[in-house]
Design a protein around this ligand. Structure first.
Ligand code: GRG
Length: 304
């Protein structure tokens, strides 16, 4: 008897994520050497090499490999996604935004280097992201590189991260914020960059238009899922910390899914989003889709 194809190889997701994170960390280290002027490069490296799950680069590489491309083709785009993500975290932590002291277990960039340097480090990472994809992507047609860059540009600007952040700021403390605004903020602050990561990876990997659109659908579901789960974790984590049933989410006026939908419905919504994400991958070879299927589960069932 022939073994069914899906049984041929057991996919080790943890091993996959570890090996991709290691390769991405090495590429990021090389992309930002500690050269003159040392202060700005030290500041960029402080945040860029501070750990982090490297979900965006993993999505980018996995999408590229799924459509027949290689890790090498995707790596510059994968690094660019992490550079943009890191810059958004640096700016998000600033005193004029969330005013946070800690990020990825280390002092935030402005705490370590001062606000002036932190703003510049974010700007430099944003600019480097685009230069890096344009200059370092190899064995991919110029047309595909330009399309990937356009995806990234859209994800960053006033139709992307910036849009999510400005609406988030405007709705702070507004008790009337409903599901529509909450979803808008989550889609723009989080899902758009996950979408650019997946679609960018697919484009440099040689995906057909049909494959790109299926992967875009996958990324949109996974992007919203990321935030719904984040909201759920906020409640469960702070409940544990407080040792009571009411978490941080329930005692602040920030709109979240558990607050607007209730915990049970939020979990049902998350389950539905995982299902939708996986459905978008059903026409691909399931063995080859294992990393993206695993990433959907990882985002859904993670603990932080
Ligand atoms: C992009 C020009 C420009 C400005 C930034 C501040 C801002 C505008 C946008 C905020 C974006 C933001 C901080 C969104 C939250 C994203 C998010 C889900 C962060 C957590 O991501 P993880 O869990 O973190 O992947 P790690 O540390 O694992 O990488």
């Amino acid at each position: 008897l022939e073994k069914p194809a899906e049984k041929l190889e057991e996919f080790d997701f943890d091993d996959y994520m570890l090996s991709k994170a290691k390769a991405v960390n090495a590429a990021l280290d090389e992309a930002v050497p500690l050269r003159y002027p040392e202060r700005i490069h030290a500041s960029m490296r402080h945040s860029l090499l501070a750990g982090g799950k490297r979900v965006r680069p993993a999505l980018c590489i996995a999408a590229c490999e799924l459509v027949g491309g290689s890790e090498e083709q995707a790596m510059p785009a994968a690094c660019a996604m992490e550079m943009v993500h890191t810059m958004s975290l640096i700016h998000d932590d600033l005193p004029c935004m969330d005013n946070d002291d800690l990020r990825r277990g280390k002092p935030t960039n402005h705490k370590a280097f001062g606000e002036d340097t932190a703003v510049l480090a974010g700007d430099a990472l944003l600019s480097l992201a685009f230069e890096h994809v344009a200059r370092k992507t190899k064995n991919v047609s110029a047309d595909r590189i330009v399309r990937a860059i356009a995806e990234l540009g859209k994800a960053v600007g006033s139709e992307g991260l910036v849009a999510g952040q400005i609406v988030d700021i405007a709705s702070e403390g507004d008790a009337s914020v409903g599901l529509d605004i909450l979803e808008y903020v989550h889609i723009h602050k989080t899902a758009v960059l996950l979408e650019a990561s997946v679609v960018g990876g697919a484009l440099v990997g040689g995906a057909s238009d049909e494959e790109v659109e299926k992967l875009r659908g996958y990324a949109r579901s996974v992007g919203l899922l990321f935030q719904v789960v984040d909201d759920i974790l906020d409640v469960t984590k702070s409940s544990k910390e407080l040792g009571k049933t009411a978490g941080k989410d329930l005692v602040t006026d920030k709109a979240t899914y558990p607050k607007l939908l209730g915990m049970e419905k939020s979990k049902e919504f998350a389950d539905e989003l995982v299902r939708q994400a996986k459905e978008q991958l059903s026409s691909f070879d399931q063995q080859k889709a294992a990393p993206l299927l695993g990433l959907a589960d990882f985002i859904a069932y993670r603990q932080n």
